[in-house]
Design a protein around this ligand. Structure first.
Ligand SMILES: *Cc1c(COP(=O)(O)O)cnc(C)c1O
Length: 355
């Protein structure tokens, strides 16, 4: 097979393995895993690996991605608070959505009634991270505003932590989520199906078995795709870190000085570059650049390789410390960070290969 580079190579079996491991751990505490597909743009083949690994729901922040997943027969959940302008598509492509605005929920209800359906919502409450959600002190009152709507069913309560404010999920804030759920149930005489306790940064409470009991759902992305726990940035034991590979081809190798020769002005991005003179080095150019990836988001698998810099289409690397000989035409492989995965997934220049 002739490969086109740069490429993002995905190992489905490793995604399935990571999902299975996390699903089993969560299952011990009665927690279901909504597998998050946004970082690979809702690719159905990779999503299938998550389903094969035991995910009971698929979740994405973009309706375009959920549309790609419309053939799956497990529930699909919209993660980002819906745009009013997309209410019709929300009802069509999502079974459940996370919500925080009464007006939008009202419009969803009306649109659902017109289509003779009932749309499920999980109400988001902000427990301090300052991204989405009704401020926790105003929650009960807010539920009153939407309780009577006929086209939506209040299926649960959720929160998101760490993503913006860096707030770490703990027994206190997720305990508060569980408490709020009980208060809503008692006040309005309803049963909440989902208590959605956050993203990969909540997993440490699963591992330490400190998760408040009512929490019965987590929405997991990074932990599945990269095997990383995101509250403390730890590797999750038993998972693969290398399910995704970024690969780029060498187009030039030359021995050159490490500091440019001549008067230094602005680089291609308007910055004045600074150089450390390390003498002559074996420098390589890979055919990839900022149109494909951010250089701070890739880690060479072969640790002898140094990253020097990147312009739009050229990635400069240092082979001087390598004992093996790299040649023009060889392919260099990298691990990716979450940001790197996002960049490679969304660049149309990066070939997606699923193995
Ligand atoms: C992206 C997202 C997630 C998944 O986060 P990870 O850190 O990748 O596990 C969960 N919930 C919401 C609302 C999100 O936007």
């Amino acid at each position: 097979m002739i490969m086109r580079y740069p490429a993002l190579i995905v190992d489905k079996a490793k995604i399935q393995h990571n999902t299975r491991l996390l699903v089993n751990k969560c299952d011990e505490l009665g927690i279901g895993v909504a597998a998050v597909t946004k970082v690979f743009c809702g690719n159905p083949e990779i999503a299938q690996a998550m389903v094969d690994g035991g995910a009971y729901m698929l979740a994405d922040s973009r309706i375009e991605n959920l549309r790609r997943l419309r053939h799956f027969n497990i529930p699909r959940m919209l993660l980002r608070i819906p745009m009013k302008s997309q209410v019709g598509e929300v009802i069509e492509y999502a079974d459940i959505s996370l919500n925080s605005e009464a007006d939008t929920i009202r419009e969803i209800s009306e649109a659902a009634l017109k289509k003779n359906t009932i749309h499920k919502i999980i109400l988001m409450t902000d427990l301090g991270d300052l991204r989405e959600g009704v401020w926790n002190e105003n929650l009960l009152e807010f539920v009153g505003e939407i309780a009577e709507l006929k086209g939506v069913h209040l299926a649960g309560l959720g929160t998101n932590l760490t993503c913006y404010g860096g707030v770490i999920p703990d027994k206190d804030n997720l305990g508060r989520l569980a408490e709020l759920a009980v208060e809503i149930e008692n006040r309005y005489g309803i049963q909440l199906e989902y208590i959605s306790g956050g993203n990969s940064s909540s997993l440490h409470l699963v591992f330490s078995k400190d998760m408040p009991r009512r929490i019965n759902q987590l929405r997991l992305g990074e932990s599945i795709v990269l095997g990383l726990e995101t509250a403390y940035g730890q590797r999750i034991e038993g998972t693969y870190r290398d399910a995704f590979t970024f690969a780029a081809e060498i187009v030039e190798i030359k021995d050159k000085p490490s500091a440019p020769v001549g008067n230094i002005g602005m680089d291609a991005f308007g910055r004045k570059p600074v150089f450390v003179d390390k003498g002559k080095r074996k420098r390589g150019i890979l055919a990839a650049g900022r149109e494909d990836i951010d250089i701070s988001c890739i880690i060479p698998r072969d640790s002898c390789i140094g990253l020097i810099g990147a312009s739009s289409d050229h990635l400069l690397v240092d082979f001087t410390d390598c004992s093996r000989t790299y040649r023009v035409g060889d392919v260099v492989e990298f691990d990716v960070t979450y940001g790197g995965l996002l960049a490679a997934s969304t660049s149309e220049y990066v070939t997606k290969v699923i193995i």
